[in-house]
Ligand binder design. Sequence first.
Ligand code: CTP
Ligand code: MG
Length: 176
Amino acid sequence: MLEVVVIAFWAMLPAYIPNNAAVLFGGGRPIDGGRTHNGRRLLGDGKTWRGTVAGTLSGIAVALALNALSPHVPNGFLPTFPVVAMIALPAGAMGGDIAASLMKRRLGRDRGAAMPGLDQLDFVVGALLLTAIVTPSWFGETFTLPVLLVVVVLTPLLHVGSNVLAYGFGWKDEPY
Ligand code: CTP
Ligand code: MG
């Protein structure tokens, strides 16, 4: 059981870090360039080029660091990331978060409005989906059903926890 939790956390870390890096390094030009549809922004000022690039690069850096670490972890049960997964996990996480903002704006929610469920799982769905597409074999070996179940339960807890912390430090405008 503990092993499954550790694998889930390890395998998803390159998808978890990008959100936090985007909060820290985000800002500047919005991806949608200010464009609107039916009087509402396509994505909003909360999705920026700098945040997306910084988030993706930080996720790749985390995957590289975990690969360097895994030989030193006893028992050898931890996954190592192939290059495609190193890119797909963070890029998919950023993509899922952007897709959720697109949906939120179409549903009439302004930037920063909370959508419980979507806010916590958008990047998980994006990361898993893109990874499953680019490397189905590694995805199947790593994200077994028990691991996936842990990811779905663990992620919202970690996401809420880290956002409350980031809000407390004044890095984020809302605690979600
Ligand atoms: N951020 C960014 N680029 C991204 C994702 C996030 O620059 N691709 C930064 C923005 O400064 C954003 C903050 O991280 O305000 C928090 O991210 P998030 O909660 O996803 O954005 P919100 O501002 O809440 O906007 P939305 O309602 O669209 O989710
Ligand atoms: Mg938000």
